[in-house]
Design a binder for this molecule. Structure first.
Ligand code: FPP
Length: 255
């Protein structure tokens, strides 16, 4: 199935929740769920690429997650390192452009190097833009972007389009679809600026049980929903809606 066939969301963001509960239900320590969950990540990346999604942004570690037990934090670090080592070849072979958004300065030096090397190697790749939000917080991203502007433009007023360009990974643009697994209906400080017009999808499925099939079905369902960006006209396809909204704005601004 291709993007043209499903005409679906271009930028999908996922809050991969429910790992701890999944493990506890099975009488295992919480980290068991993270281990299983990290295996699902590769499958969903592959499925996103197959469905023609252009950008996939995964919430792997929030600023709030620092307050978890040290052992759990360490396991998450290790899983990130393992993922990078294991998936590097596949990322390169599939033209995937990889980036981490967030503060990685407290990660082990070797893991930081793996991240920076892979970012550098893939920065010009034109396939799926895969982003891990790690040590990430949405409010912090907005504040960092504003502070950057103030520093570079003292005394000037900040415009919306300028802020867009100062975000951690500006080229991925707005989120079209935000999925949260695990049954809760919260945003949890994720991509607060970018989700302004996103479709929201909450599933009870806990992340370790999330499948390619469920992901594909969500993409299909959302492609059928109508998105009008606050206007009255209708189009069938998210991408057309977005283009139409941009065109209309240009015309309105001109006149
Ligand atoms: C939420 O589950 C999940 C996280 C805090 C981390 C998500 C991490 C992964 C899916 C694995 C890491 C993978 C890579 C490749 C870095 P939770 O523990 O809050 O679950 P709960 O709501 O059941 O407690």
């Amino acid at each position: 199935m291709t993007q043209n066939e499903i005409c679906g969301p271009r930028h999908v963001a996922i809050i991969m929740d429910g790992n701890g509960r999944w493990a506890q239900e099975r009488k295992h320590p919480r980290v068991w769920g993270h281990i299983r969950g990290s295996q699902i990540v590769s499958q969903i990346v592959e499925q996103a690429d197959d469905c023609g999604v252009k950008a996939l942004t995964l919430y792997a570690f929030s600023t709030e997650n620092w307050s978890r037990p040290v052992t759990e934090v360490k396991v998450l670090f290790t899983l990130l390192r393992k993922f990078l080592k294991k998936e590097r070849k596949r990322i390169l072979a599939n033209n995937i452009s990889f980036k981490v958004i967030g503060d990685i300065s407290d990660l082990p030096a070797a893991t930081q190097k793996l991240i920076l090397d892979l970012e550098e190697e893939t920065k010009d790749f034109e396939g799926l833009k895969l982003t891990f939000a790690f040590g990430y917080g949405g409010r912090k991203e907005i504040i960092d972007s504003i502070n950057k502007f103030i520093k570079e433009n003292p005394g000037k007023e900040l415009e919306e389009s300028k802020l867009n360009s100062l975000l951690y990974r500006p080229e991925i643009g707005d989120v079209d679809l935000l999925i949260r697994t695990g049954g809760d209906k919260r945003i949890s400080n994720y991509l607060l600026w970018q989700i302004a017009y996103a479709e929201l999808w909450f599933t009870k499925t806990k992340w370790p049980d999330f499948t390619r099939e469920e992901f594909k079905n969500i993409l299909l369902e959302v492609s059928k929903r109508e998105r009008r960006f606050g206007m009255v006209s209708t189009t069938d396809c998210l991408e057309n809606s977005r283009k139409q909204a941009d065109e209309n704005l240009k015309i309105i601004r001109k006149n």
